[in-house]
Design a protein around this ligand. Structure first.
Ligand code: E4P
Length: 214
């Protein structure tokens, strides 16, 4: 499974880039806003300098023509930019047009398998179902991933399933078991996935015991 980091923070991206396990980055308007008074363009370009993989940048337009204009502009910032479009009617239309032009599109805010099917047909490169936000309203987010992976496996669409709105390590493990192509993971969840108290305690004891040999 490919791992994307879900942040617009450069320190967070740099930290995990060092380990060589990050294949791409996703941002959204809320994540960019968290970074304070920065230029969207500059931040996306900075991210592209750190990670050599797909970097999703989201359009703010909600109308077809405007989405195309903004999408083409975002795609022009760097060859690795993937244009993120909301899964609304105009977004779906824009997905088809931009994909036909060779621009990679990540369809975001996907909450149903039928939306995902339409995104795949419209030529999306990535489809982002939001599992945490479904869990938040007592809907089983992971079942959505299962259904979408199942549907896409029956056909030959190029779209990859990008599990988004990840809240904890089990989300990632379950998504991997199901066969989601990618999970985009916030920094704190990456830390939780890696850290284990038994590893730390075990190492501490090994090092303490080793001193007895000297
Ligand atoms: C990534 O592409 C999504 O925008 C992000 O995972 C949404 O996460 P949230 O539901 O925690 O805001």
């Amino acid at each position: 499974m490919k791992i994307f980091i879900d942040t617009a923070n450069l320190d967070e991206i740099k930290k995990y880039a060092e380990y060589g396990i990050v294949d791409g980055v996703t941002t959204n308007p809320s994540l960019v806003a968290k970074e304070g008074d920065i230029s969207h363009e500059q931040r996306i370009k900075e991210i592209c300098e750190i990670i050599d993989g797909p970097v999703s940048a989201e359009v703010l337009a909600t109308e077809y023509e405007e989405m195309l204009k903004e999408g083409r502009m975002l795609a022009g910032w760097h060859e690795n930019v993937v244009v993120k479009l909301p899964t609304i009617r105009d977004g779906l239309r824009a997905c088809k047009t931009l994909s036909d032009e060779g621009i990679k599109v990540n369809m975001t805010l996907v909450f149903s398998p039928s939306q995902a099917l339409f995104c795949a047909k419209a030529g999306a490169t990535f489809i982002s179902p939001f599992i945490g936000r479904l869990d938040d309203i007592s809907e089983p987010g992971m079942e959505l991933i299962e259904e979408i992976v199942d549907i896409l496996s029956n056909y030959d669409y190029k779209a990859e399933v990008l599990t988004a709105s990840v809240r904890h390590p089990r989300h990632v493990v379950e998504a991997a078991k199901i066969g989601s192509d990618i999970a985009t993971i916030p920094f704190d969840v990456l830390d939780k996935m890696f850290n284990h108290p038994l590893t730390d305690r075990g190492l501490e004891k090994f090092l303490k015991d080793a001193k007895k040999n000297k």
